[in-house]
Design a protein around this ligand. Structure first.
Ligand code: ADE
Length: 232
């Protein structure tokens, strides 16, 4: 997979790219490239944003600036880009990122992520350049960078070679293998600590019973989630 991130803070992604599962995916042939939007602005003084028409607080990322950055990087009119690859703007009001969307994106050969800052994007960026607007939750971050990292993290760990064991991503929370339910509880050594015992079934060596116990716990947690209680 080829991921390009358009951001005002490309250096933030250096740490992210060095994380084990990300570097595994990059070593296996994927790419994660950052484009510094400020380097492509046609405006003087490195200007990239402006005050909103109609008044109000904050600054808005300009459509002409992002147009130049996308055009410089891809060599095409950005209006045509979304026919070739998913162009995802990160914004709090977008489609909520969940395991289904992550799976969908993990199947794409290429993604372009657009990070807004301050008050976000000029709406024409979303209308004419983006194929998707994605949110990582109904709260407002200072910009799209952390949201882009969350999206990349969730997508990349689904790619072959990201994790130590190929199966690890298959049976985790909200996966098809768990019927979309949260994951069952995990325990490791010691089997007893301060009087807190690990459930006997997990020490029994009976694979079928372990499987059944895990499915039951997973469904129970799903019901808890649906009732607004959450854990783990
Ligand atoms: N940019 C600012 N807040 C965001 C959020 N919650 N999700 C995605 N992008 C954002």
């Amino acid at each position: 997979m080829n991921v390009d991130v358009f951001t005002l803070f490309p250096e933030w992604f250096e740490w992210f790219s060095s994380q084990r599962h990300v570097s595994n995916v990059l070593a296996a042939g994927s790419s994660l490239e950052c484009v510094n939007v400020r380097e492509h602005t046609p405006l003087s003084g490195g200007q990239v944003d402006d005050t909103p028409f109609g008044g109000g607080a904050g600054m808005v990322l300009r459509v002409d600036v992002l147009d130049s950055a996308l055009r410089a990087h891809y060599g095409v009119d950005p209006v045509l880009l979304r026919e070739r690859r998913r162009v995802i703007a990160l914004a709090p009001g977008g489609r909520l990122l969940d395991d289904r969307l992550v799976d969908e994106l993990a199947g794409e050969p290429a993604l372009t992520l657009l990070c807004g800052r301050y008050e976000g994007f000029d709406e024409r960026i979303l209308e004419h350049f983006a194929s998707d607007v994605v949110s990582i939750g109904r709260y407002v971050l200072s910009g799209g960078e952390l949201a882009a990292m969350v999206l990349c993290d969730a997508v990349m760990r689904k790619l072959p070679g990201a994790l130590g064991h190929e199966e690890s991503a298959a049976e985790e929370s909200f996966s098809v293998a768990l019927e979309g339910q949260p994951e069952y509880p995990h325990y490791t050594r010691p089997a007893e600590y301060r009087g807190w015992r690990v459930p006997e079934v997990l020490l029994s060596g009976h694979h079928a019973r372990v499987e059944q116990w895990r499915r039951e716990r997973s469904r129970e947690r799903g019901l808890d989630l649906a009732r607004g209680r959450s854990q783990g």
